[in-house]
Design a protein. Structure first.
Length: 266
């Protein structure tokens, strides 16, 4: 499949989303940048345009389904996209599950899970009709472990990874590739607000996530569709090689682990 040229990117105004937007920009590419406030995209849009990319900026609050649909109506009016980068996300409350406010808990899933699903269901049919496309989800180590304090965020990232696996099963054979990118612990407004990272001094370089995103957009990681990759610990050259060789059905996917064999004998 040819490199992606028309890219829709949510959460593009700051943090990892901004790094990915600027890293994916270049001559011949058309970027549709989305953030809650369109004015917050001015600087990143200027930086992307300086690379020779075409840019369209849009404001949308993705916690509301009608806003997602309205954003897509405008974003797709000039034609389909061949890549989506889902970076918009919220942390939600950091408290025990039974102490979480139900509305805040659910809003976290609306932004982190429902919005990518709504985008997916609108763009995938055209991707299939046009011979393929790519979706890159900003994943997290939270997708594959538990938390006592951020259940909504962790549940949303686990569900997003499962949704990616389902899309891979349904559409990979028709040319639609999806990759879950865990960026490591990048210094952003979100991570600085998290109690788990209080006092942290070592951070993952966002350039590592950018390099993986660019390789995916260029078609070098299509063989890893359905998998989670991890910036900061995965070597890009190794990922490219693994993409060429192919991966097993259980590698880097959500799977049940059995009880420890030694414990079963006790």
């Amino acid at each position: 499949m040819k490199p992606s040229e028309r890219i829709l990117l949510t959460g593009a105004s700051r943090g990892i989303g901004r790094h990915l937007a600027e890293g994916l920009a270049g001559p011949g590419r058309r970027l549709v940048l989305v953030a809650r406030k369109v004015s917050s995209l001015d600087a990143v849009a200027d930086a992307c345009e300086e690379t020779g990319a075409g840019v369209c900026s849009m404001g949308a609050e993705l916690s509301k389904a009608r806003n997602v649909e309205a954003m897509l109506d405008i974003a797709l009016a000039d034609g389909p996209v061949d890549m989506v980068v889902n970076c918009a996300g919220v942390l939600g409350q950091e408290t025990s599950p039974w102490q979480a406010d139900p509305e805040d808990w659910w809003r976290t899933l609306e932004v982190n899970l429902r919005a990518p699903f709504l985008i997916q269901r609108r763009v995938v049919p055209a991707m299939i009709a046009n011979g393929g496309g790519r979706i890159l989800d900003l994943s997290s180590g939270a997708a594959v472990k538990d938390s006592a304090r951020a259940s909504a965020y962790y549940a949303s990232k686990t569900a997003l990874m499962r949704l990616a696996g389902c899309l891979h099963e349904a559409a990979s054979g028709q040319g639609v590739k999806i990759l879950e990118l865990a960026p490591g612990v990048v210094r952003t407004d979100m991570t600085l607000s998290m109690r788990a990272y209080e006092g942290r001094t070592e951070w993952t370089d966002p350039a590592q996530s950018v390099a993986i995103a660019r390789a995916f957009a260029d078609g070098l990681l299509d063989g890893l569709s359905g998998c989670q990759v991890r910036a900061g610990s995965d070597d890009l050259a190794d990922l490219v090689a693994r993409s060429r060789r192919g991966v097993g059905p259980d590698e880097r996917r959500l799977r049940r682990t059995d009880f420890d064999a030694e414990r079963r004998r006790d």
